[in-house]
Design a protein around this ligand. Structure first.
Ligand SMILES: C[S@@+](CC[C@H](N)C(=O)[O-])C[C@H]1O[C@@H](n2cnc3c(N)ncnc32)[C@H](O)[C@@H]1O
Length: 270
């Protein structure tokens, strides 16, 4: 039975959504089980809604609540530190690494990278104007080794080889398959290494349990609401490989995961 994905999502991005077969790929990959194919959605998260005002007065507040909660959990569970360590390990041989963080949101990971590496230069970016304004107004806006920019991860406004590393944390699942595939192409074009860190997509029965645990609080807590949708939009290892292959067959992908690890994707052009 052929799987047909619902219409394009409402993600704000300047990238064009192509209509090739990749857009029809299930989040669990072409080899996903029937149950896994049911566990996906095209609903948008609060974080994807227009914080610059699209008539919904609460949109900006709910988006900010989710961004703040992500920053808080990043500090509380030390994710900023863990993600920075994974990123810096990939540029351990580069004396003064040039790093771009895509989809930086609150900027917690970039702050950690600058703290943990004495000479790294970090371009902190997001596609969302309100986030870029907040990052510019915060400590990253005046940090001597940081530059804040508005960048779309699917169409990065930078020359080939501008960076040693591009990192995209907890953001990849926001993108439709065609857009996500563009990130592989663009990330490996502007940087020697692309690091994607995202939610793992568990096997379908475990996934059901995770969703069942979160669903009761989803209508009341914006962070959980977005967590449920994120979970349904997370990509499986098989899907990640197909997205990279669709972008360019010269892209080599290394996947790391584990019970307590997020999904880690390291991509380079061969
Ligand atoms: C869930 S937040 C993650 C924030 C932060 N990276 C973290 O680890 O907590 C997702 C971020 O991705 C950004 N985003 C979504 N689509 C994007 C795109 N096409 N290019 C760059 N950033 C994007 C959103 O604006 C948002 O700030």
């Amino acid at each position: 039975m052929a799987y047909v994905a619902p219409g394009a999502d409402s993600l704000r991005t300047r990238g064009t959504s192509d209509k090739t077969g990749i857009e029809r790929m299930p989040r669990g990959g072409y080899d996903a089980s029937c149950l896994d194919r049911l566990l996906q959605t095209e609903r948008s998260e609060y974080i994807d809604r227009d914080a610059d005002g699209d008539g919904d007065d609460g949109a900006a507040a709910r988006r900010q609540q989710v961004i703040d909660a992500l920053d808080w959990t990043g500090r509380f569970f030390r994710n900023h530190e863990k993600f920075a360590a994974i990123a810096l390990d990939l540029v351990a041989d580069v004396p003064d690494p040039r790093i771009v963080e895509l989809g930086a949101g609150h900027g917690g990971l970039s702050r950690q990278l600058l703290h943990d590496h004495p000479s790294a230069r970090v371009t902190v970016s997001d596609v969302d104007r309100a986030s870029v304004r907040a990052l510019t107004a915060g400590e990253l806006g005046t940090h001597p080794r940081a530059q804040v920019r508005e960048l779309d991860a699917t169409a990065i406004d930078a020359a080939d080889g501008s960076f040693d590393l591009a990192v995209f944390a907890l953001s990849f699942h926001h993108l439709s398959p065609a857009q996500a595939s563009r990130v592989f192409a663009e990330g490996t074009r502007v940087a020697d290494t692309l690091l994607i860190i995202d939610l793992p997509r568990p096997p379908a029965p475990l996934h059901l349990l995770r969703l069942a645990a979160m669903l009761p609080a989803a209508p009341f807590v914006p962070f959980i609401h977005d967590g449920v949708i994120s979970s349904l939009r997370s990509y499986s290892p098989s899907a990640l490989r197909s997205l990279a292959l669709h972008a360019d067959r010269n892209i080599e992908v290394e996947l790391r995961s584990g019970l307590t690890l997020p999904q880690i994707v390291i991509a380079r052009r061969g």
